[in-house]
Write a protein that binds this ligand. Structure first.
Ligand SMILES: Nc1nc2c(ncn2[C@@H]2O[C@H](COP(=O)(O)OP(=O)(O)O)[C@@H](O)[C@H]2O)c(=O)[nH]1
Ligand SMILES: [Mg+2]
Length: 310
């Protein structure tokens, strides 16, 4: 791995570039993509208000006390939905910040697909810098929560005893992506019942791995149970260690495919804008015409790029 991010200033600058969609055409991206696998990347997902930021803060603090380098990425605080959360997140991450964590938010501009690519590149920047741990907090609404599965080595799903969470979580697919399930707000009534209920739900879902998914109860604001959570996170890191190279390769492949897919989508838009009359296409649409349309698109692309891209 070639170090291209040598200090915090460079790290900040690089993540800003990623945020602004300056997807560099020079060697930066190549070096970034070869930074994979250096850090233990931990995703924290779950509904808004479950305590993701608080848990990140406390987990970060413990790891920092072990003299590890820790970076925290909070995804999306800029949507109208969660407006103002940037400040809130920074406040809730105050202990980790005090102890020297690098904390950064990634906005939601450019849609969800945009988020996952930018988050991935930001994680890579942190890995390149040499973070031992990278903690990624998701928004808590929709697709990006699920996508953290593709970025993180270890996914922690944070839920609370409040009713309704699990049904929502199941709908959102969260019951399939967790490596560790955390019932936070253990100070509230029903926390132990909630833990058992989640365990029962998980037991119904067929497992594809030898990892026995733990369901633990914590009270993040009082720092109760956080060391247990950190232990499980480390255990899981050990568990995947010999598969990590493969995981990292898959992740890279996924990114490159997504990247090309998005570029092609963009080209398709401009193809329709410049070359196609929708009426013509609609008036005789059958399989052969669709093939012809594809060929025209490829021609359009090769004219644009100067050579046949395929
Ligand atoms: N009662 C209780 N409240 C908590 C606990 N952990 C976090 N909170 C509170 O829950 C609210 C939402 O927490 P936050 O970390 O911002 O949740 P996020 O939206 O998932 O990031 C905040 O007011 C926290 O102080 C806990 O263990 N017990
Ligand atoms: Mg938060």
């Amino acid at each position: 791995m070639k170090r291209i991010v040598r200090n915090i200033r460079e790290l900040s600058r690089l993540i800003s570039k990623i945020e602004n969609f300056e997807l560099f055409r020079n060697d930066t991206i190549k070096y970034l993509l070869n930074s994979d696998g250096f850090s233990h990347v931990i995703g924290f997902t779950g509904p808004p208000g479950a305590g993701k930021s608080t848990v990140c803060d406390k987990v970060g603090k413990i790891l920092l006390e072990e003299n590890k380098k820790v970076g925290i990425l909070a995804v999306d605080p800029t949507s109208p939905f969660t407006g103002g959360a940037i400040l809130g997140d920074r406040i809730r991450m105050s202990e980790a910040i005090k102890k020297g964590a690098f904390v950064r938010s990634i906005g939601s501009r450019g849609g969800i697909g945009g988020i996952s690519k930018r988050t991935y590149l930001s994680v890579l920047s942190l890995e390149n810098f040499g973070m031992d741990y990278v903690l990624v907090e998701t928004v808590g609404v929709g697709q990006s929560d699920f996508e953290v599965r593709y970025i993180a080595d270890t996914v922690c799903v944070i839920l609370t005893p409040e009713s309704g969470d699990y049904i929502q979580a199941m709908k959102a697919g969260l019951m399939e992506i967790g490596d560790i399930y955390v019932i936070n707000k253990g100070d509230r009534p029903g926390a132990e019942d909630a833990r058992k209920e989640i365990k029962a739900i998980l037991d119904l879902i067929p497992s594809h791995s030898d990892w026995d998914v733990p369901v633990i109860k914590i009270t993040a604001i009082r720092e109760e149970g956080i060391d247990k959570l950190v232990d499980y996170i480390k255990k899981h890191g050990e568990f995947i260690k010999n598969r990590k190279e493969k995981i990292v390769k898959k992740r890279k492949e996924r990114f490159i495919k997504e990247y090309i897919k998005d570029e092609i989508l963009f080209d398709i838009d401009s193809f329709f804008e410049k070359e196609i009359r929708l009426e013509d296409v609609l008036s005789h649409l059958n399989g052969r015409d669709l093939d012809r349309l594809k060929k025209r698109f490829v021609n359009f692309l090769s004219k644009k790029t100067g050579s046949n891209p395929f």
